[in-house]
Design a protein around this ligand. Structure first.
Ligand code: OAK
Length: 838
């Protein structure tokens, strides 16, 4: 049905175009209107939640007009679009970000004050949108912010999980997982009940001959409906408002099957409905780990098939030839989770649109780019052939054909290397046979990138080495990660952002982060340093209050705040940190009271979630809490050492924690952390870091200078030999670490048995993560941190210098690199004054 209003009637629409509020009075009017009509409440019945809801609705209305116009503009200009496919979008809160990006936070602050509310309290009512695990999901969120800010025509595609990452509670020192009920009220999404796609599963493939041509027809065994939910993504200081489309699953053909219901088969009718809804029910809570569950594969195909249907539908409206598809569409695969999109597009082109295989494959490979986010073997996705066959029979055939043609070309190019075929085959000839998703992603994309220089080099020389030989080095590239300075400086640390603006000629640095370099000429300015230090102190006071409120422990904000917040994982080595804390505790205990008086007080702050099935990670959390329980009440120690575990680390907590850190820890075993992005957030907020030569730490060092970072530990090139030596040579444990272990085994921190596996991992099981090898260097480097911190003036100077050199790490730079090197897309210029015209 043609839904477009005919030309003669459009005048009436134009006459009645919506105008958004621009000042306090206009804003207040909208809030009151929403409280009274949308929420059906009044000034006699308006709590902070109602104020939050009404404020959000007021801003949402505003965004949606911009969103509509952005979409109209993009459709009219019909230029190439970017589609970012990610199973995770770790968005955090939306209201604060929307207010800042449209430049009306002050207006809202004044308006809310007049209406009887403090904006900070209103903002805090919002539940984080936590549709991700960690780095990969948060990167996707930063990229959406940059894509909109830079005016790129871009859509994100993801899943609308009913439950995002679980809420973490700490009970008796252990992690307990609680469901995340984030959808109770979410004003930021628009259900599009008219945008649905039927998704097939199971069934069989039949051959049919049509007009002399044999085609494959997939007869589905089950159909599930995908319903679109749209989330507006506002750019900073631009009318561009892009779209994040999240798919929700529903039983196809109505709520449930009335046929079955009426015939008395209630259970099966309800079961069908529930099975369908289960697909988008919950985010898998694993970070850097793939467990190969059938439902996860169903999620992946459901989301990928709905997204591709949508993309193809949009392309077809322009009535171009299929060969133009890659000129109109760039699809980026955020890790291998959406790799089935490659197979699905080939299926659409060959089975449904009737293109020849080779022609279709050329279109497919020109369309996709693949980003790898990890080299950890346990995170590399592989699916049993039998499972794929059962769930997606036609896709397995296509995968086999892709592999056949690929291996034929490899055999031709490397006729003497039989083993090469086995190594690079998309099908691993194991028991059971497996589909190697990363290899499929490489073969089906025109570019493959890593996320920091070291990581991009590592994938070329290790896991994807053979593919560099096959395709040549140009298919592989690096795009070092970045973060959005809007959320991670302007929103998280408004006072620092304002101070920086006062030295950098206003807020332009938020759109061109290299302008931070203007700070450097003010490093010697005493008054500037003083204001800088005051802001850091105030941020620490705020965190100290949160610590008191949530844990009951009183910490002194004048202490050195030492922070490690990220997912709990052995490769990230929170165990190294807590062993170091125990070492510090033992040293303090061994001192006379006079010696102790000369020591620098420290607060060791941890935060992060463990995957529910990751037993060792949960033990690490337990040890941290057990050490805290002993140290925090030790009167010999007092303020000299406090150990804090912050419950339920998430994006909004990160916004409070990053600005309050003096030193943060990025201490993964060299070669294991692909990039890391919290390292960037901490430095940008005027904290220094201690870290290994890993991921983006290396490039941060290059940018800010070696004297402004505390590096320690073995290098990535030595890791393999060390591991080998542990297993085949004699393995001696660092003597200081040995003392730490002995103390744990004495029962100082509770039942020793609880921690025996953690110790055995180092002493008996080859110390895979090199905790002992790096321990001495780690302890020594922390002593350097203490010494440096004693000279506050120099310390602040290091912080300012570091911030001034962080321009490189904005996600705007990343997006421009992707646009240039991988997507070949350009921004769409916007005329701020034109409303209806394109
Ligand atoms: C999660 C699931 C599977 C594979 C990788 C991940 C993941 O989160 N990787 C992380 O990606 C971040 C963004 O690129 C990097 O900064 C982290 O180092 C990496 O662990």
């Amino acid at each position: 049905v043609e839904a477009s209003i005919p030309e003669p009637q459009r005048e009436a629409w134009k006459r009645n175009q919506i105008t958004s509020f621009t000042d306090k009075d206009g804003f207040e009017k909208e809030v009151v209107r929403h409280v009274e009509t949308t929420l059906a409440r009044s000034m006699f019945n308006c709590d902070e939640i109602a104020a939050y809801s009404a404020t959000s609705l007021a801003f949402r209305d505003r965004l949606i007009t911009h969103w509509n116009r952005t979409q109209q503009r993009q459709t009219y200009r019909d230029t190439k679009r970017v589609y970012y496919l990610s199973l995770e979008f770790l968005m955090g809160r939306a209201l604060d970000n929307a207010m800042l990006n449209v430049g009306l936070k002050n207006v809202a602050q004044d308006g809310l004050a007049e209406l009887g509310f403090r904006i900070e309290d209103v903002v805090k009512q919002e539940h984080d949108a936590a549709l991700g695990n960690g780095g990969l999901g948060r990167l996707a969120a930063c990229f959406l912010d940059s894509l909109a800010t830079l005016n790129f025509p871009a859509w994100g595609y993801g899943l609308r999980y009913r439950y995002g990452i679980f809420k973490q509670e700490i009970i008796d020192g252990y992690q307990v997982e609680v469901p995340d009920y984030w959808l109770d009220f979410n004003p930021w999404e628009f259900p599009r009940h008219d945008v649905t796609v039927d998704i097939q599963f199971f069934g069989q493939v039949n051959k049919k001959t049509v007009g002399g041509k044999t085609i494959s027809v997939w007869e589905a065994g089950e159909i599930v409906q995908a319903v679109a939910y749209d989330v507006p993504i506002p750019g900073y200081d631009t009318p561009t408002t892009n779209n994040l489309r999240l798919w929700s699953s529903k039983a196809s053909g109505g709520e449930f099957d009335f046929q079955k219901f009426n015939s008395g088969d209630y259970e099966s009718s309800v079961a069908d409905q529930q099975r369908a809804e289960t697909i988008s029910a919950v985010l898998y809570p694993n970070d850097n780990l793939e467990r190969g569950k059938e439902l996860r594969l169903k999620q992946q195909y459901f989301w990928v098939a709905a997204s591709l249907y949508d993309i193809v539908r949009r392309f077809k409206k322009s009535r171009r030839s299929w060969n133009e598809f890659p000129d109109q569409v760039a699809i980026q695969l955020n890790d291998t989770h959406p790799t089935l999109a490659i197979v699905e597009l080939q299926r659409i082109l060959v089975d449904i649109e009737g293109l020849e295989w080779d022609n279709a494959w050329e279109i497919v490979t020109s369309t996709f780019g693949y980003t790898n986010h990890t080299v950890l073997p346990e995170a590399l996705e592989k699916w049993p052939v039998g499972l794929v066959q059962h769930l997606l029979p036609r896709h397995l055939q296509i995968i086999y054909d892709i592999n056949l043609f690929f291996l034929q070309s490899v055999e031709k190019a490397f006729p003497d290397d039989r083993d090469m075929l086995r190594r690079v085959s998309i099908i691993e000839e194991s028991q059971p046979k497996m589909v190697r998703m990363a290899f499929l992603a490489i073969v089906g994309s025109h570019k493959v990138n890593g996320v920091a220089e070291l990581h991009s080099d590592l994938i070329k020389t290790t896991i994807f080495k053979d593919f560099v030989e096959i395709y040549g080095p140009d298919k592989f590239t690096n795009v070092t990660n970045g973060i959005t300075p809007r959320r991670w400086l302007h929103q998280a640390n408004p006072r620092l952002s304002e101070l920086i603006a006062s030295k950098c000629g206003g807020n332009d640095f938020l759109k061109d982060l290299t302008l931070l370099n203007q700070l450097e000429k003010h490093v010697e300015d005493k008054q500037f340093r003083k204001e800088w230090a005051e802001i850091k102190y105030a941020n620490k006071v705020r965190l100290a209050k949160h610590i008191k409120d949530t844990t009951g422990v009183v910490v002194n904000p004048a202490s050195l705040f030492d922070v490690q917040v990220k997912r709990i994982h052995e490769y990230k080595r929170q165990q190294l940190n807590i062993f170091g804390v125990i070492h510090r505790y033992l040293s303090l205990k061994a001192m006379t009271p006079d010696q102790r008086k000369k020591q620098l007080p420290r607060v060791s702050i941890f935060g992060g979630k463990a995957a529910p099935g990751y037993w060792m990670a949960k033990q690490i959390i337990h040890l941290i809490n057990s050490v805290g329980a002993v140290v925090n009440k030790d009167e010999d120690i007092g303020d000299l050492l406090k150990v804090i575990f912050l419950e339920d680390y998430n994006v909004s907590k990160a916004e409070m924690i990053c600005p309050a850190s003096d030193i943060s820890e990025h201490i993964s075993t060299a070669g294991t952390e692909a990039s890391g992005t919290s390292n960037m957030k901490f430095v940008l907020n005027g904290g220094l870091i201690i870290g290994t030569c890993d991921g983006a730490n290396i490039e941060i060092t290059r940018e800010i200078g070696e004297s402004n970072i505390f590096l320690f530990g073995n290098l990535s090139e030595d890791v393999e030999d060390l591991r080998h030596a542990h297993t085949y040579g004699s393995h001696t444990i660092d003597s200081d670490l040995d003392k730490v272990f002995n103390e744990i085994e004495k029962g100082t921190f509770g039942t020793p048995h609880d921690f025996s596996a953690m110790i055995a991992a180092v002493r008996q099981h080859g110390d895979y993560y090199l905790v002992s090898d790096d321990f001495h260097s780690y302890i020594e480097t922390h002593q350097l941190v203490d010494e440096a911190y004693r000279n506050q003036d120099e310390w602040i100077a290091k912080c300012i210098t570091s911030v001034s050199r962080m321009g490189f790490f904005t996600s705007d730079r990343c997006i421009n690199e992707y646009a240039e090197e991988i997507w070949n897309v350009e921004p769409l210029a916007v005329d701020r004054h034109s409303i209806w015209g394109p």
